[in-house]
Design a protein around this ligand. Structure first.
Ligand code: GUN
Length: 282
């Protein structure tokens, strides 16, 4: 078994971004600035946002965090985004999901200036992804692809890839990226009948459900490449993935740890996107 070391690769990406940010600052005499918006007080979202702000500090990107009550109306939130779109000092806008139930994600995401859409989650960016013309791609799926590439695992023609989870943040855009790499993609969810056999067939398994032990290690194909996007906290705050790492690692040829796998890759790609977005506005 070989570890797909997200921490290591993410740190390399961050070092590169840091270097490019220094060049950017010299050239333009200003810094990229990421505006993060957190609505409500979902504890997991707070952790994610804090990690993103920390990463900004590390690479030299300015950031400011707008925190809003979960009672905010759709129109009020739209007004805030329109103001950020107009502000030339803000080069990236990130809206942490999930939003409160009364606000449909797409109504908000479609308001973000496409050049500032560092999360690549707006309907326009998603559409461009389908045409392979998107400059800013969704962070977690791209982080997974980059990790596969780093370990020379991106030759996916004729390979079966099973994705468990079809969210807009992971499963859907990831399926498109993998299809473009000629993979045969199967997308499952918690209602999938016979999940076991869909997983048994997978040369590459990607689980993004967010439920501890949803994947039984006995279902894994020997030498599978196992990518675990799940982040599940137990009673004492320890983080686990969707797979049981200790048993899965004996069957997989490559496996991501949790934590230290896809989480840091997501953040590193966000930093890359934030730099790209700033350059696009020049
Ligand atoms: N919520 C969980 N993951 C993400 C992410 O990558 N981006 C955003 N905007 N919200 C999230």
């Amino acid at each position: 078994m070989k570890l797909l070391d997200g921490n290591k690769i993410a740190n390399q990406l961050l070092d590169n971004v840091k270097l490019s940010i220094t060049e950017y600052k010299t050239k333009f005499n200003s810094s990229p600035k990421l505006s993060t918006i957190l609505v409500g007080n979902n504890p997991a979202s707070e952790v994610y946002i804090n990690n993103k702000i920390e990463a900004c500090k590390k690479v030299g990107i300015l950031s400011h965090n707008i925190r809003l009550s979960n009672k905010i109306s759709q129109q009020e939130l739209i007004e805030i985004i329109l103001n950020l779109n107009q502000d030339p000092t803000i080069t990236g806008i990130l809206i942490q999901l999930p939003l409160p139930k009364h606000i449909p994600n797409h109504k908000i995401l479609e308001q973000i200036d496409p050049l500032k859409d560092v999360d690549g989650l707006s309907p326009l960016s998603m559409g461009k992804l389908c045409y392979k013309i998107s400059a800013l791609n969704v962070c977690t799926p791209l982080g997974i692809i980059r990790l596969l590439k780093y370990y020379n695992l991106e030759n996916l023609a004729g390979k079966n890839v099973t994705i468990v989870g079809s969210s807009i943040i992971v499963g859907k855009p990831l399926a498109i990226m993998l299809m473009d790499l000629q993979a045969t993609v199967t997308i499952c969810n918690i209602f999938t009948k016979d999940l076991k056999n869909k997983i048994k067939d997978a040369d590459i398994l990607i689980s993004a459900i967010g439920k501890r032990n949803i994947i039984d290690s006995s279902w894994l194909k020997p030498n599978v490449v196992a990518i675990d996007v799940g982040i599940n906290r137990d009673e004492i705050g320890k983080i686990h993935g969707d797979l049981d790492f200790d048993t899965a690692k004996n069957i997989a040829s490559f496996i991501t740890p949790v934590p230290g796998g896809i989480g840091p890759m997501t953040i590193a790609i966000l930093m890359e996107n934030t730099l790209t977005a700033a350059k696009l506005q020049r």
